[in-house]
Ligand binder design. Structure first.
Ligand code: AMP
Length: 144
């Protein structure tokens, strides 16, 4: 299948969510156990943030914060770009490119049901994406 839908990509995935009060240390252990690179932070049934391995490195480790004393609320990104389950993986890739991040939570009825990461796109979509970017660059050159 050339254009995969995100709901097919995340099939069978269990979504990792934690409340904003959870510590970075707890998040890191859960990420390790689940072998994932991000946590969706939820509060009141909705998505309130995202915390990724990059945040652990830049906002915690590099900043000299204590992971066991730092709540996710302090170091997460609060404004989260999400994608609907019926979107294509290519749509999600465009969002990642524009937002300069590598994870996009998938929502169904406002509830997170999974997360797509750049790693999910190592097949056909990456090729399509490269072509589209190239076309965009060519058009920008023509238009100025
Ligand atoms: P990443 O490349 O996914 O590890 O994330 C790079 C930065 O973007 C980190 O500060 C993340 O918290 C943030 N980030 C990751 N995914 C998203 C997203 N879907 N919406 C908004 N910010 C994000």
């Amino acid at each position: 299948m050339r254009r995969r839908l995100v709901k097919d990509v995340i099939k069978g995935q269990s979504v990792l969510t934690l409340p904003p009060e959870a510590t970075v240390g707890e998040a890191a252990r859960r990420m390790k156990a689940s072998k994932v690179g991000s946590v969706i932070v939820v509060a009141g049934g909705g998505v309130t943030g995202i915390f990724t391995e990059r945040d652990a490195l830049f906002r915690v480790l590099a900043a000299g914060l204590d992971p066991e004393a730092t709540p996710l609320a302090k170091v997460m990104t609060g404004s989260v770009t999400t994608v609907a389950a019926d979107s294509t993986l290519l749509d999600a890739l465009h969002l990642m490119h524009e937002g300069e991040f590598r994870h996009v939570p998938v929502l169904q009825g406002g509830v997170p049901i999974g997360i797509v990461s750049i790693r999910d796109a190592l097949g056909n979509e990456l090729e399509d994406f490269r072509h589209e970017l190239q076309r965009k660059e060519e058009l920008t050159e023509i238009v100025g």
